[in-house]
Design a binder for this molecule. Structure first.
Ligand code: MRU
Length: 350
């Protein structure tokens, strides 16, 4: 099976970013090119590229694109532009901390080189840094897969929410990496994919990814999870994360918290699979995680058809926070964090 190339940088410092347009899946597989910072901003904002790690990688390349307009300029103009593109990209989506992590990493790199290198040399170093983030993400997926696979047993039923697969990362995902690695290790899993209202990342993306790799996937509506658990079909829940606070409280796609409560009621462990770049140790707990509010039309006019009365009030938070006490373990590239406590997180991630 050919791996997905969710993001690809084409060319050198004057190159461009190529992305799979995820808004068109599963019906159409189309790649788009982002030649400048505005097209990257729009692609992140409208979820053409999505999932915390992929957003971070896109933002890093977005900075490189933004700096192309000051090629040959002096240091003052270069750093002014760097601030401008960083601020712009930081306003694309608020919850996934990987975005801010990647922007900070490039900013820190540029400032560290500021005294000794020319702006053009710094621009080249920033492209190398963006490529390094991209490569590290590939390795991270494999490590998360390896650590997580050991938690699952042959024949188990597992449930996932949203899409934390190859489309959300540089390689084969975080939550889905656990399923892929378990399968590579010879285990058979029966995977239930929540459809994931309102934008259907589970139905459109997770079901598509699992099916194309030949895994046993069954799609359910979000509201069916309780019944499916009650019928004894689920032995573990594995999802990704957008931001994990210092105490382990975890923001992920809206609906994850509900799934975690249902899992607790049925004695089913919840595992969060996420790289260390998804931890935000500056935030003490989940109350401080910014939750993205999205366009009401995603609910009232989903996928081109009006499904609610004109003018009805809508509340559309894109993420929720699952408290650490509902999470059995967090699987990151450095290993399995269990129990999920502030101390254990500081030990592994800090
Ligand atoms: O709004 P999205 O599709 O970007 O939300 C994505 C998720 O919630 C994922 O579970 C999370 O980013 C982890 S991706 C490895």
């Amino acid at each position: 099976m050919k791996d997905l190339e969710t993001l690809r940088w084409i060319g050198d410092v004057d190159g461009r970013l190529r992305l799979i347009d995820q808004t068109l899946l599963p019906v159409e597989f189309t790649e788009i090119e982002c030649p400048d910072v505005e097209t990257v901003w729009e692609a992140i904002r409208s979820l053409r590229v999505r999932g915390a790690p992929a957003i971070g990688i896109a933002a890093a390349y977005g900075v490189c694109l933004g700096l192309q307009t000051v090629a040959g300029a002096d240091a003052a103009a270069f750093f002014r532009r760097l601030d401008e593109v960083t601020d712009r990209l930081a306003q694309s989506r608020p919850t996934a901390v990987n975005l801010f992590w990647a922007l900070k990493r490039l900013g820190d790199k540029a400032r560290a080189l500021g005294g000794s290198k020319s702006p053009d040399e710094i621009a080249a170093a920033l492209l190398a840094e963006a490529r390094a983030i991209h490569d590290e993400d590939r390795r991270m997926c494999r490590e998360i897969g390896r650590h997580g696979a050991a938690l699952l047993e042959d024949g188990q039923g597992v449930l996932t929410h949203c899409n934390a697969g190859g489309l959300a990362t540089a390689d084969y995902g975080t939550a889905l990496a656990v399923f892929f690695a378990a399968t590579e290790a010879g285990k058979t899993l029966h995977i239930y994919a929540d459809e994931t209202r309102p934008l259907l990342q589970g139905a459109r993306l997770t079901a598509w990814e699992l099916q194309r790799r030949g895994l046993d996937v069954t799609l359910i509506c979000d509201s069916m999870a309780a019944q499916v658990m009650r019928e004894g079909r689920i032995q573990a829940v594995v999802t990704g994360a957008d931001r994990i606070a210092a105490n382990g409280d975890t923001a992920n796609k809206i609906g994850t918290y509900g799934v975690a409560l249902l899992a607790a009621a049925h004695g089913i462990p919840v595992y969060i699979a996420a790289p260390t770049s998804t931890f935000d140790l500056s935030i003490p707990n989940g109350d401080a995680i910014p939750i993205e509010q999205r366009d009401p039309r995603e609910i009232t006019h989903g996928f081109g058809r009006q499904t609610a009365p004109e003018g009805v009030k809508v509340y559309n938070p894109a993420f929720d926070v699952t408290p650490a006490r509902l999470i059995a373990a967090i699987i990151c590239e450095r290993g399995v964090i269990r129990p999920v406590t502030r101390e254990r997180i500081a030990e592994v991630v800090g």
